[in-house]
Each structure stands twice: as structure tokens, then as C-alpha cells.
Design a protein around this ligand. Structure first.
Ligand code: G6P
Length: 367
């Protein structure tokens, strides 16, 4: 066991440290001479242009990569995206069209609800694409097409590196689709690809900062409730930050679209409640800052995760974690790292079984 953990105390920490490599391995084979080449997609440009709607169906953290991708695809490739948890999708007789592309995202490739959703689409002749980590798994075998995330085996129940790899696969697809549709200027495409290439080193840098986050996390091991807020892609990041924390630390946490706070959640803020604000989308800075001010004035302790240079948040935050500069589309890949570390250290601090949290399974193969 100790040997398998490669000197790390837990698989989760080992797997977080593998994130730079995972991102590189998922990215590099699909970048050829500054172009995105996804051979396994096997779709002609004509076929790509015929896609009128993308549906992303998944569970848990994989669903959260879908939420992120819905913002990315819609803005970058101007294709409408509907994203749904598989357990809902499969039972509501969804209205599917031959011009839909259904993307099933799954680390294990064996999640019962995701597999059932895939089969439902196939029965109706809708084209499916699996974004899968486990080679030869059921979803990988049954989907019309499969794009592998090259994360290698993931042991910790709480996903980290597979999640990061899923994001990369979805970004690549979005760039490909936008490019085929003629929506990316040459320069813009070059910049996006350059930003993708920088991600592994930037993730590495964030992982190096773990002592600060560990210190911060020890202050919250007794927390009762934690709230995560954000807008747009930052909301998607909040969903995953919140899930990570509750999964492994058993602290109640919730993610809210920051603009929804005033419709209920704000009544839960007490003196000292931790609110983690994810604030990486420049066009939404002011909006989220005003939500931070609202919770801070009601006694919340505000942690902000934001882009380097956005020092303005300091007026509304008690503690700030800066992430390196990248395209606004890709900030999830960076902002999630400190949130994963935070959850990890809270869980360790509480003495929880980090890699095998109670009641949870790595892969939910029964309903
Ligand atoms: C379980 C795992 C999660 C994962 C989800 C979906 O709940 O604990 O980490 O996101 O299943 O699993 P999949 O294998 O389909 O990605």
C-alpha cells in the first residue's frame, strides 16, 4: 500500500500531484503543430457543422466538468449545450434529435446511470461520444466514439486528476468545433492552444503552494457549514469545490450561483461562516465582489480564489488565493487546485479516511 502511494500519505495527494502529468498526457497527443487534432473523433468537418445541440450527461464530478463545458462550448463554439445528471436524464423521456451529439463523461466508464443514459441515446440512433478514463470500460466500448482521458488509474474515491483530464478533453473539443465553424481567428486559436500548453506548469506551481493552504485549512476543521459562490464558469468551479469538501470532510457545504444568494442562502450566514468566492471571470468581477461584500457584512469570513492581478478583491475578502493567468475559458483547471488541496487538508485535519470516505464508492455500478 505504502509503495503504491509513492511516498505520499494518501492516494488523493499522490493523484493531485499527478495532475500536471495527466493534463499534459491528455493534451499533448491532440496538439499537432499548433492545431487541435482529435483523430478518435472520426467526424468530418461537415458532420461537426451539422451538430445543432450538445448534451452532456454524467454524474458527480464528471457532471461538473459538463457544467463548465456548457459555458465554454456556448461562448466559444456557439453550440447550445444542455447538461444533465444521468439519473434524471434517463427517466424523463428526453426529446432527442438526430442533429444532437450526446457526450457521456465518466472516469470509470461503468457508472450505472451514465451507461443507461448512453444506451437510451443509442436506441434512438443519436450519436454518442464517451469521454472516459478506464480503457475498455462499458461506456468506452458502447459509445459510438470515445476520447480517452489519460489519467491512469485513480484510486482515491474523490476524483482529482481524472476531473482535470476531463476538462482538457472538453476544452479541446470546444476549440475543434469552434475552429471548424470558422469562429476562431488564427491568432485566437494560437493563444488558446498556448494557454492550454501552459496549464501543467501552472498547476505545478499551485501545488507547490500547499503549505499555505494547509495552514488555512486547519482553521476550518470544526466548521459546520461552508458556502461556495461564483458566477458563470466560477459557479461550475464552486459546485466541484463544494462537492470535494463535503465528500471527504463531512462538512456540510453548498455551492450557489452568487446572484442567487439573496434568494435564500444568505439567511444561513453567521458570524465566522466560511464563504469561498471563486472569482476568475473578469466580466463578472464587480458582480461577485458585491456578493462578497454582502456576505462579509453579515459576518462571513470570505476566502477568494481569483486571478493574479485582481487585487481589487482584497477589499471584500479576508484571505485571497491567486491563480496564474490563463484564458477565461480554462480557469477551472487552475482554480480547482487550491480547492482540492483545501478539502484534502480539512479532511486530514479532522482525521477522516481521506481516500475512502464513508458511504461512498469510487464507481457506482448499481442504481
Ligand atoms: C462517484 C465518484 C465520483 C465520480 C462519480 C461519477 O460518485 O465518487 O468521484 O465523479 O461517481 O463517476 P464516473 O466514473 O462516471 O466519472
Amino acid at each position: 500500500d505504502a509503495a503504491e502511494k509513492g511516498g505520499y500519505e494518501h492516494f488523493m495527494l499522490k493523484e493531485m500531484n499527478e495532475e500536471p502529468k495527466t493534463v499534459r498526457d491528455t493534451l499533448n497527443p491532440r496538439i499537432v503543430e499548433n492545431d487541435v487534432v482529435i483523430e478518435e473523433l472520426g467526424m468530418s468537418d461537415e458532420e461537426i457543422r451539422e451538430i445543432k445541440q450538445i448534451r452532456i450527461v454524467a454524474c458527480g464530478s464528471a457532471y461538473h466538468t459538463g457544467v463548465t463545458a456548457s459555458y465554454v462550448f456556448e461562448e466559444m463554439a456557439r453550440i447550445p449545450v444542455a447538461v444533465e445528471v444521468a439519473s434524471e436524464f434517463r427517466y424523463r423521456n428526453p426529446i432527442l434529435n438526430p442533429t444532437d451529439l450526446v457526450i457521456i463523461v465518466s472516469q470509470s466508464g461503468e457508472t450505472a446511470d451514465s451507461l443507461a443514459a448512453l444506451r437510451l441515446c443509442k436506441e434512438q440512433g443519436i450519436q454518442t461520444l464517451g469521454i472516459v478514463n478506464v480503457v475498455g470500460s462499458s461506456i468506452a466500448r458502447e459509445a459510438d466514439r470515445v476520447m480517452y482521458t489519460w489519467a491512469g488509474p485513480e484510486i482515491s474515491v474523490a476524483t482529482t486528476k481524472a476531473y482535470s483530464a476531463q476538462l482538457i478533453a472538453l476544452y479541446l473539443l470546444s476549440i475543434k468545433f469552434a475552429d471548424v465553424k470558422g469562429l476562431l481567428a488564427k491568432e485566437e486559436k494560437k493563444e488558446l492552444i498556448n494557454d492550454l500548453k501552459k496549464l501543467p506548469d501552472q498547476i505545478e506551481l499551485l501545488l507547490h503552494n500547499k503549505e499555505n493552504i494547509q495552514k488555512f485549512a486547519t482553521r476550518y476543521i470544526a466548521a459546520k457549514d461552508v458556502f461556495f459562490i461564483g458566477r458563470g464558469i466560477d459557479y461550475a468551479i464552486s459546485l466541484e469545490g463544494s462537492l470535494k469538501l463535503k465528500e471527504i470532510s463531512y462538512i456540510h457545504s453548498e455551492a450557489y450561483a452568487a446572484g442567487e444568494l439573496k434568494h435564500g442562502t444568505i439567511s444561513l450566514i453567521e458570524e465566522g461562516t466560511l464563504v469561498a468566492a471563486v472569482i476568475t471571470q473578469q466580466h463578472l468581477y464587480q458582480k461577485t465582489i458585491s456578493n462578497m461584500v454582502e456576505v462579509k457584512s453579515r459576518g462571513a469570513f470570505v476566502l477568494a480564489v481569483t486571478n493574479e492581478g485582481n487585487t481589487e478583491v482584497e477589499k471584500a475578502a479576508d484571505y485571497v488565493i491567486y491563480v496564474p493567468e490563463t484564458s477565461h475559458y480554462f480557469t477551472n483547471s487552475l482554480a480547482i487546485i487550491p480547492l482540492q488541496l483545501f478539502s484534502y487538508y480539512v479532511s486530514v485535519g479532522k482525521g477522516c479516511d481521506v481516500d475512502k470516505p464513508r458511504n461512498l464508492a469510487k464507481s457506482v455500478t448499481v442504481e
